[in-house]
Design a protein around this ligand. Structure first.
Ligand code: SF4
Length: 344
């Protein structure tokens, strides 16, 4: 079906469903999908929106699986959450599963008393990991509130076990002035994460060895080349980038931070952005009075799986297909950690 026809069918279906339906779209979605959504945001804003929306019966989540799962955890009992493509996963989230985490937790707590460790899990993780965090007095964070979540954790324990993104954890530690030798990396493929007993005892932050392939494609050489070609430009990157990339940039922050950074920039300015290409291109279209360039074209193929065809299919089968289910016990424990985040 041609694009115009698909769009008009989606609009008609939205009209039919009225207030029963809310379509949430992540910043990394294609621009056609964002244009059809009711609300666009980063994972924090979207989960807050899902938690506060009492009217909608159907929440259609245009993003990746862990985001839709978080919406389902926060949804009211009368709400059904659907994702247009259930195969839209996240590489980073898949780098920490509950078996690896349980093993790591057992090993780490054989060295450091459990009550001293606060698990802090990035939103980009599956529900079992979030549930573990809830059960063990931990908290969830997004890239918008990671520093606040670190402070929350240090008020309650001596050591943070952060997973699954090493880089967000390290960049947050750097922002808070935690020294390099107080942060160790936990490699789940090795016993005790590849660390000595002494280094684990000394560490303030233990960082799971996970990463986002979209954001680790950005390099310091790309920044140096861009600076040569655009000496007046400002460079802003996402905190899932490596710390050397962050160090050479002018600003670092979540997708919402990047959107605000561009909104607040002066007319005529040049901004080079290190994050997913769909957001960068959309910002370029929305800000014709500024020059918006990608640090490099870096696309998240999982976000890209959501398209007009599968959105229309979902709306035509509302409440019936691609629904997200989370086991009650997992939902209960994960919600504890998510609710803690929402109060930050
Ligand atoms: S951009 Fe990275 S972290 Fe975000 S969904 Fe894609 S793979 Fe996962």
């Amino acid at each position: 079906m041609e694009i115009k026809k698909l769009i008009s069918k989606i609009k008609a279906r939205k009209k039919e469903l009225g207030k029963k339906l809310v379509i949430l779209t992540h910043h990394y979605q294609r621009k056609d999908i964002v244009a059809l959504g009711d609300f666009c945001g980063d994972s924090f804003a979207l989960s807050a929106r899902a938690a506060n929306d009492k009217n909608a019966e159907y929440i259609v989540f245009c993003g990746v699986h862990f985001m839709a799962e978080s919406a389902a955890i926060l949804a009211k009992s009368h709400q059904i959450v659907q994702i247009p493509d259930t195969d839209a996963g996240c590489w980073m989230a898949d780098m920490a599963d509950s078996v690896l985490l349980e093993k790591a937790w057992t090993e780490l707590t054989s060295i450091v008393k459990e009550e001293k460790i606060i698990p802090l899990v990035y939103m980009n993780s599956d529900a079992h990991i979030k549930a573990h965090c809830g059960r063990k007095n931990g908290i969830i964070c997004t890239s918008s509130n990671a520093p606040k979540a670190f402070e929350w954790a240090f008020e309650r324990g001596e050591k943070i076990f952060f997973f699954p993104d090493e880089h967000l954890g390290r960049n947050t530690g750097n922002t808070l002035g935690i020294s390099q030798n107080e942060m160790v990396v936990w490699d789940p493929a090795k016993p005790f994460g590849g660390n000595s007993q002494e280094s684990l005892e000394k560490a303030k932050v233990v960082l799971w060895k996970g990463y986002c392939l979209v954001h680790t494609r950005f390099t310091t050489n790309q920044i140096k080349n861009m600076r040569k070609n655009h000496p007046d430009a400002k460079i802003v990157v996402h905190p899932e980038c490596t710390e050397d990339v962050v160090a050479l940039s002018d600003a670092v922050g979540s997708t919402s931070f990047i959107v605000n950074y561009v909104n607040n920039a002066e007319k005529g300015s040049t901004i080079i952005i290190g994050t997913e290409i769909n957001l960068v291109e959309r910002l370029g279209i929305e800000h014709r009075d500024k020059i918006i360039l990608p640090l490099k074209q870096s696309l998240c193929p999982n976000m890209f799986k959501i398209n007009l065809e599968n959105l229309l299919y979902t709306l035509n089968n509302i409440g019936k297909v691609n629904t997200i289910h989370v086991k009650d016990t997992i939902k209960r424990d994960a919600k504890i950690a998510l609710d803690r985040m929402l109060t930050l």
